[in-house]
Design a binder for this molecule. Sequence first.
Ligand SMILES: Cc1cc2nc3c(=O)[nH]c(=O)nc-3n(C[C@H](O)[C@H](O)[C@H](O)COP(=O)(O)OP(=O)(O)OC[C@H]3O[C@@H](n4cnc5c(N)ncnc54)[C@H](O)[C@@H]3O)c2cc1C
Length: 447
Amino acid sequence: MGIAGESVAVVGAGIGGLSLAYQLKKQGKPVTVFEAAAEAGGKIKTLHLDGFELDLGPVSCAETATLKQLLADLHLEQEVIAAKSAVSKRYIFSGGTIHAIEPSPLKLLMHPMLSWSGRLGLLRDVFIKPEAEQTHSDETVAQFVRRHFGEEAHQKLFNPVLNGIYAGDSEALSISSTLAMVKTLAGTYGSVIKGLRAEKGKLNMSRKIIGIKGGFIRVVEALQEELGADLHLATAVKKITPSENGVKLSLHTNEGEQERFFDKVYLALPSYACADLLADIDAQMASALKQIRYPKVWQIYCEAETSDQVFDGFGFLVPAMERKSLLGAICITNLFPDKAPAGKTLFALFCGGDRPYAFEPSVEQAVKEFHSILKPSLLKVLHVQEWSEAIPQFYVGHKKLLQSLKAWEARYPAIFFAGNYVSGVSLGDCVEYGLKINSEKGSVEVR
Ligand SMILES: Cc1cc2nc3c(=O)[nH]c(=O)nc-3n(C[C@H](O)[C@H](O)[C@H](O)COP(=O)(O)OP(=O)(O)OC[C@H]3O[C@@H](n4cnc5c(N)ncnc54)[C@H](O)[C@@H]3O)c2cc1C
């Protein structure tokens, strides 16, 4: 069948699969989406409770050009809410208290959170030459940061940032896959600080942070509406069988088992779900996909009254060295005041994540820790959302795995990998994948 009329299936109706299917449909391709759950959205849910609007999963995101375009196409521009200025004020917990952090090397050099030897460690970076840097291939964030800024900067600054984005362990995450811009600057200039100064005009360091009135579920609902009857909920793909002309999908629905044939299939799934589908075709690739770790994270929504000390920032992050259940907290109403009834303060706490030591996090403990840090006069838990497999961890070697997936796609030209372990985890990255689809090749380049 020719490109224009080829039939395409997208497996998985998270934001990645839905936005990809929407773009394919816009290109005129007959597209069918299969989602195992009874609802679309995957990691995106919104709960309305006693006048609070709780975004479960993503609570805010950076507005990229592609995301902005998608929201415009879906007529959701009016629903976009720009985060208040508190967004630029971020804190890190260290030594029993929270410290405001400004991402300026000069200000960090004088920061009271760092000891004198920690401050001196920051200066290592400016002496690193590009030739020396190029001898280092991919390494962990911890190894990279220790070489450039010293151990204290790693533990107190970089580790909590990785906790905030990935709920991840900087001792295992790959610098190239998680902080690609930092690694690229180092490759070119040797010193990250010199690179930042040289590229200041070109780097987009202050993207607008947005939320959606009614919650991110509105984006899911709008995409769902566009796809109409082409989206099949409660329909799990149990098996994929590649053939010469395309792919056979074995489906499990409430009505029983079915088989459908497609010219192309996009697997917009978590890697472990993808691995199950690949097990009979390529056990080795299936095993590699299963090894991507997705740690458990709890999102705890709380109403807090901070009458004595009003918290004025986006939130605070907790370094792994503090050995707390709490990964960090975001003051939702400092960003989006309308997400709570007037006069009420809403926090999202995060608990769990990936750690460099044996660790049993507890929701109860995380709430106690939050209380001891901000000392609110009232703290009421509104909702606890458990994400048993929250966010994929891009360990050292992740780029190699993505390259082998590309090689795999060349061997099986009707099957493509999507999902946030391929595109990147932010909503912007997930949506970008769908928009970048190259209609000739039907696939996008590895990041
Ligand atoms: C707690 C948390 C907080 C986050 N915060 C932010 C944030 O503030 N900002 C931000 O930008 N990003 C954030 N993210 C990341 C972002 O939400 C995710 O990266 C994104 O939603 C993942 O989308 P996806 O489509 O790749 O995968 P998913 O949402 O996981 O969707 C995959 C879908 O595939 C379906 N599926 C699985 N197996 C099958 C099968 N066999 N057949 C059919 N369907 C199947 C699943 O049911 C699911 O619906 C957060 C994530 C979490 C968990």
